[in-house]
Write a protein that binds this ligand. Structure first.
Ligand SMILES: [Ca+2]
Ligand SMILES: [Ca+2]
Ligand SMILES: [Ca+2]
Length: 421
């Protein structure tokens, strides 16, 4: 009996000895880790804590006493104090172990956004139109990904443009605003959006009187007529009616492209992929004897056309200089536009285009005016698309036995060229 008692005592002492007074966590009954799951970006560090519930003494922080293990040290390592630096990318399980108890944290490491860019930046949108911006993220591993549907979008001025949660920008009012996108880790990007509006002045008819009110309305909208001098006026308009071009430079394909920036400074230079430009005092009857049956003047008695092409550019300059300029309005009289193939082509500063079409007037000697006034935008130049084919002795107009619509132009009216922004 005593022997049996001694055995129990020895077992008790043994047990007590195993309790090791230097390790107070022998009695940990439940081990937990916080958090139990987390997502971090590579390069970020996560602090885990382990809590032990003791048999008698309540809960205690055992972070520094637990053994910490990572299921994949290529993704994260874990320090002796529960610090988890994100190293790779992917899911991993962190285990805390203490006296045979285990607890877990599921960690996901994602690669980090190091840069965000919005495109396009500096775009021009007409009121009422929508354009979707793209938010392109560069990650720390070099990967590039479109995060347009994951970033937070905002606008600096909703009266200019709004933006929805996938980056679709809707132009509301003339002006400029900044669109911002912010990635989950706070990386931000911005894009400027310019909103413009246009007023179109368009008319057509059988004679000058039919378009005169619209021409005059366009003139009034642009302001006073400035003199043909080298000066740059802050406001007002310029005009070219071709009628004062000297005889020596009329009825020849050698009309100087810079005549109205050098000889008579009005801030425009012409460019063509054709053979040149020709001012005519005979409705191009010396090019094709049938043309005078189709072309009449708005301002008597000269007209203008490019040769060897059916389109040409008018580029703006500060008058009498080679310094490029911009204009916020341009209009022209089109002679005999039988089909809807004549137009003005404006290229906005962001490279987008605005291309209103001249009203078609099937028949002979129709006159059309097309003018565009921009608010919130101006252009380096304008391309005039004049019919379908170059003037030619072999090609009559479509309403006079030919197959192509022949078109020439008369008066140009445009807002004073201004220094480019
Ligand atoms: Ca004229
Ligand atoms: Ca015709
Ligand atoms: Ca025609």
């Amino acid at each position: 009996m005593r022997k049996y008692f001694m055995l129990l005592l020895a077992l008790a002492l043994l047990s007590s000895g195993c309790s090791n007074p230097g390790n107070p966590f022998f009695n940990v009954q439940v081990l937990s880790v916080a958090p139990t799951s987390a997502t971090i970006a590579r390069g970020q560090t996560l602090q885990l804590t382990a809590t032990g519930t003791l048999f008698q003494d309540g809960r205690e922080d055992v972070t520094a006493s637990a053994e910490w293990l990572s299921s994949n040290v290529n993704v994260v390592t874990v320090s002796a104090t529960g610090l988890v630096p994100g190293v790779g990318v992917g899911p991993v399980t962190i285990t805390a172990r203490l006296n045979g108890r285990e607890a877990f944290c599921e960690v996901t490491v994602v690669s980090a956004v190091t840069a965000l860019a919005l495109t396009p930046d500096g775009g021009f949108l007409r009121v009422g139109t929508t354009e979707t911006l793209a938010a392109t993220a560069t990650f720390d591993d070099g990967a590039v990904l479109d995060l347009s549907d994951q970033v937070d979008w905002s606008t600096a001025d909703a009266t200019v443009a709004t933006v929805n949660d996938v980056g679709a920008v809707t132009a509301v009012g003339v002006g400029q605003t900044v669109i911002t996108a912010v990635a989950e880790n706070g990386t931000a990007a911005r894009a400027t959006v310019n909103v413009f509006e246009v007023t179109i002045f368009s008319a057509g008819g059988a004679n000058a009187a039919a378009i005169q009110p619209t021409v005059d309305a366009f003139r009034a909208a642009l302001g006073p007529l400035n003199p043909n001098t080298a000066q740059v006026f802050p406001t007002g308009r310029r005009e070219i009616n071709w009628d004062g071009v000297p005889a020596a430079q009329t009825n020849t394909n050698a009309f100087p492209a810079n005549f109205f920036n050098v000889t008579s400074p009005r801030g425009v230079v012409f460019a063509t992929l054709g053979e040149g430009f020709r001012v005519s005092d005979n409705a191009y009857g010396d090019v094709n004897a049938t043309y005078p049956t189709q072309f009449q003047t708005f301002s008597p008695g000269k007209l203008f056309a490019t040769r060897g092409a059916s389109r040409f550019e008018t580029e703006f300059f500060l008058p009498a200089t080679t310094t490029p300029a911009v204009s916020s309005a341009f209009g022209a009289v089109f002679c005999d536009p039988d089909r809807n193939t004549s137009s003005l082509l404006f290229v906005l500063p962001d490279g987008s285009t605005f291309t209103p079409t001249v009203t078609a007037l099937p028949g002979a000697q129709g006159l059309a005016f097309l003018g565009v006034q921009f608010q919130g935008a101006s252009c380096r130049g304008v391309t005039l698309v004049t019919g379908e084919a170059p003037l030619s002795g072999a090609d009559n107009d479509v309403t006079n036995g030919g197959v192509n619509d022949m078109v020439v132009v008369d008066d140009f009216i445009y807002a004073e060229p201004q220094p480019a922004p």
